[in-house]
Design a protein around this ligand. Structure first.
Ligand code: SF4
Length: 250
């Protein structure tokens, strides 16, 4: 049965309250600009971090992006031009030398996407999102092979750091899918279903729900033994209500 519109509203309210208490985490290369338009160097490094940001610990990924761009390549303005000039990029030697990501595919795609950035946007990542909506930004990133989830996350981070106007859709990663699924259906849901739920709650700009859901899924609503007592969504959670009912019957 589809949850009621009042339930969507109550959950949205709880997440908003949480967002006021705990704003989104600082974003490397952009947060330090305090909302000013990014310079080319920072924007290019930011996009590199985004492209690498999957299937690895977040802090390590962004540090890898910084180390590679600043220490290995000397922090160039034309980062993407420099990357596409690196010979034999898709080889073990180059992968080992730069140690960007544990996945071969994640390393390999950096140069492939870099070529698109140079050819289509003059090697300046800002041209992807300058004066564009989150939707266009997401589509452009996806068109270069960035992937839908990372594209949404990138547009969301650009919104959080005031580089674009208007929030896009949230990134329905495993943590967000688990929380939304447990709250609304009692169990984990697919990425598409999580997006549908998020859109019901916030038709324009579900990204604004992302940070709180992600944090909750990572720290409290874990795969096993979720800490429901410490969860700000406990009053609305279908999974918790179900398990309490089951315990009462035993
Ligand atoms: S109440 Fe428990 S199961 Fe429900 S969202 Fe919170 S931590 Fe997860």
């Amino acid at each position: 049965m589809k949850p009621s519109s009042r339930k969507y509203e109550r959950v949205r309210k709880l997440i908003r309250e949480e967002r006021r208490k705990q704003p989104p985490m600082p974003i490397m290369f952009l947060s330090r600009l305090n909302g000013r338009w990014a310079d080319k160097r920072s924007a290019n490094k930011f996009l590199l971090g985004c492209i690498l940001d999957y299937q690895m610990r977040v802090g390590l990924i962004w540090e890898n992006a910084r180390r590679f761009a600043e220490d290995d390549l000397g922090d160039p303005r034309d980062l993407w031009d420099d990357i596409i000039r690196i010979p034999k990029w898709n080889t073990k030697t180059v992968r080992r030398r730069y140690n960007l990501h544990r996945l071969t595919a994640a390393h390999d795609r950096v140069q492939r996407i870099g070529k698109e950035i140079v050819e289509q946007y003059g090697g300046d990542a800002r041209n992807i999102w300058k004066n564009q909506s989150p939707c266009v930004t997401q589509n452009r990133l996806e068109g270069m092979g960035v992937g839908p989830q990372i594209s949404r996350m990138t547009a969301g981070m650009l919104y959080d750091t005031k580089q674009i106007k208007g929030a896009g859709e949230l990134k329905a990663d495993i943590h967000v899918r688990r929380v939304l699924g447990r709250v609304f259906t009692g169990d984990m849901v697919s990425a598409d279903a999580a997006l549908d739920i998020a859109k019901e709650m916030m038709p324009r700009g579900s990204w604004k729900l992302d940070a709180q859901l992600f944090r909750l899924g990572k720290s409290t609503c874990k795969k096993t033994n979720p800490d429901c007592g410490g969860c700000f969504l406990r009053a609305e959670c279908k999974s918790r209500k179900g398990s309490r009912r089951r315990n009462a019957v035993r």
